[in-house]
Ligand binder design. Structure first.
Ligand SMILES: [Zn+2]
Length: 397
C-alpha cells in the first residue's frame, strides 16, 4: 500500500468515525463522550480524536454538563452537542440520471443523504422539486432545519454562465436554458446556493479529499453520459472568462466523424461517453455468448477484469488520452484524474489514457504527469459541492 493509499484509508476511517458521531448527536442531542462511545461502539480514543476534529471544524461544541459536580471526583463530565448553525453545509449533485443531496461538514463527513434516479435533462421543474425533497430528507436525517444550514452548493451537468448564473448550452440540458438554478434551489429550499458545473465540483472533491490532495495543477475528467473537465491551475479552480471552460467532450478527435449532439462531427464524447462504451461492451458480450446484445450489462469494474471487455475499455482510455495528451502538453499539470461512471472501470481505462499521453505528449511533460482514477468514484461531485459550500461558510463567518 502506498503512502497515498494508506493516508486515504486512514482518512476514510476517520471520516466514518466523525459521521457516526454526528449521526448519534443528531438523534440524541447532547451526549457525554462515554455515551458517544457506547452508542457508536467506538473506542474512547477514537471518540476523543473525532470530537477534537469536529470541534476544530466548528461542527460540535463541548461544554461542562450542568450536573457535573454530582460525580464529585475526577474530571468534570462534559457533553458534546451539534453546533449546526456554523458546522453543517448542504451539497447537491445533479447528474443526467440521478440526483443526490447530502448534509455534512465538507471534509468528507456526511450526516444525512438522500438520492433518487431521475433523467433530469428534459424535466427541469421536476428535477428541482426532487432536489428540494431530497435536501429536506437529508436535513431531516441530520436533525437540522434549513435555517441551520450554513451554506449550500450544487453541481449541474451543464455549462453555467457564471456572469448571469444561468444555464447556457443550447444542446445540453436544452430545457434548462436561461434558468437560474441557484435562485430556483434557494426559493425551494430556503438556503442561499452556489451552483457550478459538475466537473468543477468533481475537481474540487478530488483535490480536497481524494486523488488530487496537495496538488495545485490538475485536470479532472468527468466521463459519464457526457465528458467534461474541471481545471485546477496554480492552486485555483479555473473557470474561464464566463465560466464555460473545460468542455473537452467537444474537442475534435483526429479522424473521427460521428455526429455529436452539439451539431459538430467527431467530438471526443461521441467515442467515449459511457453510453457509447457500454454499447461497444454489449456488442463484445453478445459476440462471446452468441446471444442478442444484453440490455443490462454487468458493472464496469467486473467487465474491466475480463480480457475481452478490458480491451474495449483500454481502447476508450486511449481515445480519451489522445485529447488529454494535447491538454497535458498545453497545461503541464501534475495529475490527470479520471472520474465519472467510466472512471469505475479503473486500471484498464487508466492504462489506455497513460499510453496515449506517453505517446503524444512531449516526453518531459508526459513523465511529470500522474494519471489516476478518482479516489472518490462517482461521489466526487457530491463531495465537491459540500467542499465548495464549506468554503463559503468559512468566508461568511
Ligand atoms: Zn460535440
Amino acid at each position: 500500500m502506498s503512502d497515498l493509499h494508506e493516508s486515504a484509508a486512514l482518512s476514510a476511517r476517520r471520516q466514518r468515525t466523525r459521521s457516526a458521531l454526528l449521526a448519534v448527536l443528531a438523534e440524541y442531542g447532547a451526549l457525554s463522550r462515554a455515551d458517544l462511545g457506547r452508542l457508536t461502539g467506538l473506542s474512547r480514543s477514537a471518540v476523543g480524536s473525532a470530537v477534537a476534529d469536529l470541534r476544530e471544524q466548528g461542527a460540535v461544541t463541548e461544554e461542562t454538563a450542568p450536573h457535573a459536580h454530582a460525580a464529585g471526583r475526577g474530571r468534570p463530565a462534559s457533553v458534546v452537542s451539534l453546533r449546526r448553525e456554523s458546522g453543517l453545509v448542504l451539497g447537491i449533485d445533479l447528474g443526467h440520471a440521478h440526483i443526490t443531496a447530502a448534509v455534512g461538514t465538507g471534509d468528507g463527513t456526511v450526516v444525512g443523504e438522500a438520492t433518487a434516479p431521475l433523467d433530469i435533462d428534459d424535466r427541469p421543474e421536476e428535477a428541482l422539486d426532487t432536489a428540494a425533497a431530497l435536501a429536506a430528507d437529508a436535513m431531516r436525517q441530520a436533525g437540522c432545519e434549513p435555517g441551520r444550514i450554513a451554506a449550500a452548493a450544487a453541481g449541474i451537468p451543464a455549462a453555467m454562465d457564471l456572469r448571469t448564473r444561468a444555464v447556457r448550452a443550447p444542446t445540453v440540458l436544452a430545457r434548462w436554458i436561461g434558468l437560474d438554478p441557484a435562485a430556483e434551489l434557494e426559493r425551494r429550499i430556503g438556503v442561499p446556493f452556489e451552483v457550478a458545473n459538475d466537473a468543477e465540483m468533481g475537481a474540487r472533491g478530488e483535490r480536497a479529499l481524494g486523488a488530487g490532495r496537495g496538488l495545485n495543477d490538475l485536470i479532472y475528467v468527468k466521463a459519464s453520459h457526457g465528458v467534461g473537465s474541471g481545471l485546477v491551475l496554480g492552486g485555483q479552480v479555473y473557470r474561464g472568462a464566463s465560466g464555460l471552460s473545460g468542455e473537452i467532450g467537444h474537442i475534435q478527435l483526429p479522424g473521427a466523424s460521428n455526429w455529436c449532439r452539439c451539431g459538430n462531427r467527431g467530438c471526443l464524447e461521441t467515442a467515449v461517453s459511457v453510453v457509447e462504451v457500454r454499447r461497444q461492451l454489449g456488442h463484445v458480450l453478445a459476440g462471446a455468448d452468441r446471444r442478442p446484445v444484453p440490455r443490462e450489462l454487468p458493472p464496469l469494474a467486473e467487465l474491466a477484469a475480463r480480457p475481452a471487455t478490458a480491451r474495449v475499455i483500454t481502447d476508450a482510455g486511449r481515445t480519451l488520452g489522445r485529447v488529454l495528451a494535447d491538454l497535458v502538453n498545453f497545461l503541464n499539470p501534475a495529475a490527470v484524474i479520471v472520474g465519472g461512471e467510466l472512471g469505475r472501470a479503473g486500471a484498464p481505462l487508466i492504462a489506455g489514457v497513460r499510453e496515449s499521453i506517453d505517446r503524444y505528449a512531449q516526453p518531459a511533460v508526459a513523465e511529470g504527469v500522474e494519471v489516476m482514477a478518482g479516489a472518490l468514484g462517482v461521489r466526487a461531485e457530491l463531495h465537491g459541492a459540500l467542499v465548495m459550500a464549506a468554503g463559503r461558510r468559512r468566508t461568511r463567518t
